[in-house]
Design a protein around this ligand. Structure first.
Ligand SMILES: Cc1cc2nc3c(=O)[nH]c(=O)nc-3n(C[C@H](O)[C@H](O)[C@H](O)COP(=O)(O)OP(=O)(O)OC[C@H]3O[C@@H](n4cnc5c(N)ncnc54)[C@H](O)[C@@H]3O)c2cc1C
Length: 486
């Protein structure tokens, strides 16, 4: 049975189901997680929200997050394995995402610090050419501890989906730098050495066209103390391995990324990185959920047989397994496209727009498939699954969060539809993927729906886009054609 791979950990799934080349380094990282990482991760999840120490004994704001010392050990393992420097130094993206897959198999919350560091590095690499460029890039790609970290802080209290209307942080010019004032409501990896932050330059329009992106270091220049303050830490149901806090910007020093009022493009590019990472990470965690179900069913007896021998169990396991395999293929395909197009700047090519579409499809569909797998695992463990002392409930908690952050399902459905319609991508998709053997009528149905007014097509976009995501994943899994690009 192919599902036996589930007993072998994440690397086996990458190699045998997704056809990716596995190095000794990946095997060593997986072994480290089994032996040392997982127990630490479980402790951090159980220990709850870390403590925020806001003041020094002399009364200065220091805003330091206190984790157990093992947290740094856990976090450093990924950085030491090369999750960042392999990209910065050698542009070895696939290795980085594979390390992310392994990390996320055990702890998707921990993949967040790496991801936001990666995406802030990429934004700076691509668009910031100011005097501190080398310093910022070097901070984020160190090979040895102390590792520098990034953050990507856009969302404010009034909502994350509609950034154009809801970003109220203001940037005022102060010579070579900018001074930012405002509050970020969800700031993950808070405590980072620097973050890329969305703000509106004084007088800019109150829409997406008024947004700009800034680099905000943790400390002010010339020893001026903390540059941003942490109001409080969030007590989250999942992803507890990354601290998420509320950030206060009070005349905080900022460095403009790229051009003023072009921020929406940079923000979307930053988000695209983390959406790809999220897609890869949730598949890994979903596979972990199936591994838990399989392990449980091998020793649980029901009606005279081990559960694993019951046809209904085997059927359902197989269904979830195949969905995750296709979701994994879609996620890796999107990663390959990201590598191919990430240096493109607006106005984007058709290739880039196709990547955007893939990213929306991958984000919403992988998150949904993985969450279903985790809910099913809980059902398999049944009563025991509801107990906090066993693994299933954490898997569900983690995957509820990963379904929502990086954009909710609604947003991805609507954005995927918009990019498909506005840029007339359907003929391009038809050339790229011959899905007729899998879903004969899909392209014709999408074409029909695209011709309908918005109110009418709204009811069909989720089923159609789910079928599209699945079909592209299925065909990619079959052909293992990740590298095939136009
Ligand atoms: C643990 C965690 C960490 C996070 N970390 C960060 C971070 O580091 N940086 C950052 O910038 N953000 C971060 N976020 C914020 C996250 O990106 C937002 O939660 C997400 O984008 C959704 O925004 P919202 O929660 O404000 O919901 P809203 O945008 O207010 O949406 C509310 C509801 O409306 C739906 N909706 C939106 N538009 C439509 C529409 N047109 N039609 C129908 N329904 C619609 C949404 O899908 C949702 O169900 C984090 C969130 C969480 C939970």
């Amino acid at each position: 049975m192919k599902e036996d791979i589930l007993s072998k950990g994440p690397v086996a799934f990458l190699a045998e189901e997704l056809g990716l080349h596995i190095s000794e380094r990946l095997l060593a990282y997986q072994s480290w997680w089994e032996a040392e990482g997982l127990p630490i991760s479980m402790t951090i999840d159980r220990a709850g929200t870390p403590h925020l120490r806001q003041f020094s004994h002399t009364g200065e704001r220091i805003d330091q997050i206190l984790y157990p010392s093992s947290y740094a050990y856990l976090l450093d393992a990924g950085y030491s394995a090369g999750i960042l420097y392999e990209v910065a130094e050698k542009h070895n993206w696939q290795l980085s995402f594979m390390l992310g897959f392994i990390t996320s198999y055990y702890d998707p919350g921990l993949y967040c610090p790496y991801t936001v560091t990666f995406s802030s590095w990429a934004a700076i690499y691509k668009y910031y050419h100011g005097p501190r460029r080398e310093e910022f890039l070097n901070t984020l790609s160190r090979k040895e501890p102390p590792f520098g970290q990034g953050g990507t802080w856009m969302t404010e209290i009034h909502g994350g989906s509609d950034l154009g209307s809801n970003v109220q942080t203001i940037a005022r010019s102060a010579g070579e730098i900018w001074l930012l004032t405002g509050d970020k409501y969800f700031a993950s990896n808070v405590g980072a050495d620097l973050a890329v932050v969305a703000a509106r330059i004084e007088g800019a329009p109150a829409s997406v066209k008024g947004l700009s992106l800034f680099i905000v270091p943790q400390d002010r220049s010339r020893g001026g103390g903390r540059n941003y303050l942490i109001r409080r830490l969030k007590d989250k149901i999942g992803t507890r391995s990354v601290p998420t806090g509320e950030v206060e910007l009070r005349d905080s020093e900022g460095y403009l990324v790229g051009e003023a009022r072009q921020g929406i493009y940079y923000i979307m590019e930053v988000l695209n990185f983390s959406r790809v990472a999220n897609s890869i990470g949730v598949v890994a965690h979903g596979v972990h959920a199936l591994a838990q179900a399989y392990r449980f069913a091998q020793q649980r007896r029901v009606f005279g047989r081990f559960l694993v021998e019951q046809p209904l169990f085997r059927h359902e396991l197989h269904q979830h397994y195949m969905q995750l395999k296709w979701a994994g293929a879609l996620a890796w395909l999107t990663e390959q496209w990201l590598e191919a197009v990430w240096l493109e700047k607006p106005p984007y090519s058709e290739r880039y727009l196709t990547f955007r579409l893939l990213t929306h499809l991958a984000k919403f569909w992988t998150a949904k498939v993985a969450l279903h797998a985790a809910q099913w695992n809980l059902e398999v463990w049944a009563g025991l699954g509801t107990l906090a002392e066993f693994p299933p409930e954490r898997l569900v908690r983690e995957l509820i969060v990963t379904d929502i952050w990086e954009g909710t399902r609604h947003r991805h459905l609507l954005d995927a539809w918009e990019v498909l319609k506005r840029y007339n991508l359907l003929p391009h998709l038809q050339k790229l993927w011959d899905i007729s053997a899998i879903d004969k009528t899909l392209f014709a149905e999408i074409e029909q729906a695209l011709a309908h007014p918005e109110e009418e097509m709204i009811q069909s976009i989720e089923p159609l886009l789910t079928r599209l995501a699945r079909a592209i994943g299925q065909i990619t899994a079959k052909e293992r054609a990740y590298k095939v690009l136009p």
